[in-house]
Design a protein around this ligand. Sequence first.
Ligand SMILES: [Zn+2]
Length: 593
Amino acid sequence: MIHEKLPSQMTKMSLRNVEAAFAALLLAFATPTLAQETCPNPGDATNVDDRAMAHIRYLADDRLEGREVGTRGARCAADYIAAQFREMGLEPAGGDDSFFQTFRLRKGSELGNTNALVIGGTQYAVGSDWTPLGFSANGRLERELVYGGHGLSQPGNPDDRYAHIDLSGKIVVLEWGDPVDAHGVSTRGTPHSKATIMEGRGAAGVLVLAPEGMPLPSLEAEYRAALGVPVAVVSNDVADAIRAAANESSTANVVTDVRPTSMEARNVVALLPGSDPELRDEYVIVGAHYDHLGFGGDGSLAPDSRDVHNGADDNASGTAAVIEIARALAAGPRPDRSVLFITFTGEEKGLWGSAYWVMEPTLAIDDLVAMLNLDMVGRMSEDNVTVFGFGTAEEWDEIMDLAIADMRRPLQVARAPDGYGASDHTSFYVEGIPVLHFFTNTHADYHRPSDDWQRINADGLHRVAELTALVTAHLTAGETQAVPMTLLEQGPPSASEGPSSTSGYGDAYLGTVPDMTPRDSGMRLNGVTAGSPADLGGLLAGDVVVELNGMPVGDLYEYTDALRSTKPDDVVDIIVERDGERLTLTVTMGRRN
Ligand SMILES: [Zn+2]
């Protein structure tokens, strides 16, 4: 699952925009394949009786380094999954008679060889005095400099002399950040935002002066599209000289040379052909993402850690379930409809693998009956599983009732309507396909290095896999139990609202682990991060939050809205129900890293 986009945020985003942004990452040109390093031997990890646990132990082994898309660990994971599918006799279905659907993605940027900056006879060294940014246009300019202050217009301020400067054809020199923002940073204060505005005002290029103590930014992870003008950051060591040159309208010679880097990404796709000549062209997808967060960084809830994020629950668990569901269905009587098993890559980056499959489906998408997604199914407690997507087709309730009745030890299924969520089923629901997402809830190890195989509930995992296999069997059965799916429209997600921020929660940080099981009222906490503002304020796992910052909290959505109404350092009252009593706790909000 993606932590920045819990279901409440996903419903507020334009998913079409997500897909459009993703499409921009796809590379049209061929690039050389990475050198193939050998993969760790699964031998030790798989020397156990329980096959599903064996898969998790291999996929979540430190030697697979967190399976981040485009890395050796992800390649080894995909090889392992494909070998499992091959061994059980499934047909390769990724295209070109391969189990792999391979695509190349923009990974980041790097400097080319010809970068140069010369002002008033002084040559500045690229990489130490200055650097183009990853979204800079490539170009060669000889232009007059002009000083533009912070480059932010301040409506109503008569002293705002930079708002009307003529920038046309000039290279504008700007100060870093946003002095109006309490913390010096804001969306409008980023170099990308400023350069976009300056380009619109006719500037030929942009130099941003770094503040004291800030190292030059790295291009490595920058994959936004190039702007129309060269954009560079200048080190604070030479900022005074360049500011002075701009105030004297000196001429600058600038050459920018930035090149995209790419990575290989692979979905693993296998087909169990149906037996009914009339129905075998129709199919059901059973899928799970196999990628995780590598060594942390973006998306990690332990942002300072560079330890391996093994992702045993997220989502070696779902991957293992898909493999064992495939084995069970392949061994049993052949279903009438076909089943397509897909393990996706790049989910943690923003549903990349599923978005790609939907864009370039390896079977006709019109024949797809439904998509079942398993993401985080390894931490079941007390027979409870949450299934999202009941609002995406009328027949789900009936099918689920039949499947539960077939179970040896029936599970408690909490049914939630949402078809848009923080995982791969969303890519299919956007295309009008009925979906279900099986999920055994978040926990304190979610998106942290401690999400390890030792904490997996093996029995719970087997039972979720059994339930999913039974749902699949009902969906793929012919005459007797064929259920034509009727899509229920949940309406398109509305445009984003609220303060601009890359995270739906804004900058403020509380440190709670929400329980995503639907409930009648309030927002139950599955856990509280040690040392977090929530912990220091006395919140406990099991508390049900009913009010936060003066806003009533009836569910996860309202909880998210209430959190978004807070800012770092705000002192906030939180009313919780604990052991039948209402308590008011006072918490000082922290800052999200
Ligand atoms: Zn995740």
